[in-house]
Design a protein around this ligand. Structure first.
Ligand SMILES: Nc1ncnc2c1ncn2[C@@H]1O[C@H](COP(=O)(O)OP(=O)(O)OP(=O)(O)O)[C@@H](O)[C@H]1O
Length: 258
């Protein structure tokens, strides 16, 4: 399979603080990769490097077989940041408008969307099973529904690679499962390559094809069988933990099949 991401000998510092040293990995077309690691080990920093928002101190990044410095085809890459939608319940836009707004580069600023843009928007909402909610104000939807709309907003531009930063933080266990199922379906049915930062190692391991672990400045690939109980406890996110405690979800890791 062609390589979508190639990272070689990559080091990065925030100021004088080293984040990681000489890490390397590649992601092939069709992979579904989880990036795990303790708090502050540099997972979000790595995504920002892949998005060209930060420049490596040392090392190379290639995207779709092109050096990142030459790479211009950014619409091929969809990015869902942490806590995708944060405005209050009164935010004056419907789910459909939120998704359609991300087509601005195709529609053109100050122009009206055409039929094809409306159809694309509808298809993206269908992909995430939110077509029935297209006319609802985004702030009136549940956290999980808002997250699906934000995912549709990314998918509407037909990305080939999807980068997600902790998409399961702060949502209930049922929503987490249905989001993973959705991502897994998109990966299998459309061939979308997915790289997802997550603290939810136990559940994610059921769905992803590969697990990369950032720890103490190094990056290692783990076999799923290596994601044992000890690792689950080491990487579980306090926010996820609190959430599950509140919900009385005693099954943490129990459906991980590992
Ligand atoms: N803009 C910044 N300036 C200085 N230091 C930063 C900046 N952003 C992040 N850091 C530091 O870099 C390290 C890596 O941060 P990063 O957010 O990438 O970690 P993370 O693995 O995503 O953490 P978490 O799991 O808690 O979200 C941390 O020590 C953090 O404090």
């Amino acid at each position: 399979m062609p390589k979508v991401i190639e990272v070689d000998n990559l080091s990065f510092n925030h100021g004088n603080e080293p984040v990681f040293r000489k890490i390397g990995f590649s992601v092939s077309q069709g992979d579904f990769v989880a990036i795990i690691g303790s708090n502050g080990t540099g997972k979000s920093t790595l995504l920002r490097l892949l998005l060209g928002e930060l420049a490596p101190a040392v090392g190379n990044i290639r995207l779709f077989d092109q050096d990142i410095h030459q790479f211009r085809n950014w619409p091929k890459i969809g990015y869902l940041p942490q806590a995708g939608f944060q405005s209050g319940a009164g935010f004056p836009a419907t789910a459909e408008e939120i998704v359609k707004a991300n087509l601005f580069s195709q529609i053109g600023l100050l122009r009206f969307p055409k039929k094809e843009h409306r159809e694309k928007t509808q298809r993206a909402l269908e992909l995430v099973d939110m077509a029935a909610y297209s006319k609802r104000l985004i702030g009136e939807l549940s956290g999980g529904q808002q997250q699906r709309v934000m995912l549709a907003r990314v998918l509407v531009n037909d990305p080939v690679l999807l980068l997600l930063d902790e998409p399961t933080t702060g949502v209930d266990a049922q929503t987490v499962r249905s989001l993973y199922e959705l991502l897994s379906q998109l990966n299998r049915k459309t061939g979308l390559t997915i790289v997802m930062v997550t603290h939810d190692t136990g559940r994610a391991a059921n769905y992803v094809s590969r697990i990369l672990c950032l720890e103490e400045g190094s990056l290692v690939e783990l076999e799923k069988s290596q994601v044992d109980e000890e690792l689950l406890h080491r990487h579980k996110h306090p926010a996820n933990d609190d959430q599950r405690r509140q919900e009385g979800d005693k099954g943490y890791g129990s459906d991980s099949g590992i």
